[in-house]
Ligand binder design. Sequence first.
Ligand SMILES: NC(=O)c1ccc[n+]([C@@H]2O[C@H](COP(=O)([O-])OP(=O)(O)OC[C@H]3O[C@@H](n4cnc5c(N)ncnc54)[C@H](O)[C@@H]3O)[C@@H](O)[C@H]2O)c1
Length: 274
Amino acid sequence: MSYNLLKGKRGIIFGALNDMSIAWKVAERVVEEGAIITLSNTPIAVRMGTTDELAKKLNATLIPADATSVKDLENVFATSMEALGGKIDFVLHSIGMSPNVRKKRSYDDLDYDLLNTTLDVSAISFHKVLQVAKKMDAINEYGSVVALSYLAAQRTVAGYSDMADAKATLESIARSFGYIYGRDKKVRVNTISQSPTVTTAGSGVKDLDGLLDYSERMSPLGNATALDCADYCVMMFSDLTRKVTMQNLLHDGGFSSMTMSADVMYQYCKELNQ
Ligand SMILES: NC(=O)c1ccc[n+]([C@@H]2O[C@H](COP(=O)([O-])OP(=O)(O)OC[C@H]3O[C@@H](n4cnc5c(N)ncnc54)[C@H](O)[C@@H]3O)[C@@H](O)[C@H]2O)c1
């Protein structure tokens, strides 16, 4: 259902790789709500992925960019303002990757060059997006920038490894830059901390099936899906949240406030009594 919440708004969506990507659902939902957008992903993802299909479907310009490159990001903002006919109202940073996790390096055996890549791609790129946008004065007043995070930023999740450090940094950047961007330009900066979700990046998490089942049973509302996350992003990009900034917004069906649910206790006791 569309509420026309983003009518007339211009947005940039980073990170739609395939139709499982959270960014893919966000792109579809924001266009449904009346926005016009550009899409960006790495040159290799653009060549190998299906982002082009989405761009055609949504009538969006697709701009290849490595989000760790300031030059590429400057091009994303310049091309987007030209293609969309003005300054930007919202940006989604939906970018994450850990080569340590990919190579199954455990947290007590990290490769530090790979750790630098994890942090650069998954966290510092958010600072780069914000700094480039601010220096180019590319975002309208009360514009909204959102990055996607995960609860492992605050609480340890076995196997999440160095991505936890990246998410903690990401959330800190939202606060630190959110202060300056709000003060100087009235631009909002937030992170949404999403439930575990089946996607290409999500599948890199150790024992994802177990994690999904556990958090589903623990959460009174169940896991938030990628589409649920897209709905939340629509609200965060809309004028209905003009005074929300510097927040880490938990979007997890209630999981983060739970310690034990009846369903998880039942499963645990079943196993114990076997
Ligand atoms: N899936 C989950 O369980 C989950 C939960 C909470 C938060 N998140 C976060 O949501 C975001 C999106 O992930 P997803 O689950 O939709 O997976 P995804 O694999 O579909 O998206 C990750 C994206 O990051 C892009 N990317 C990687 N390196 C890049 C670079 N150098 N420059 C630009 N883009 C780059 C990839 O091409 C891909 O499009 C990530 O930040 C992820 O950590 C995911």
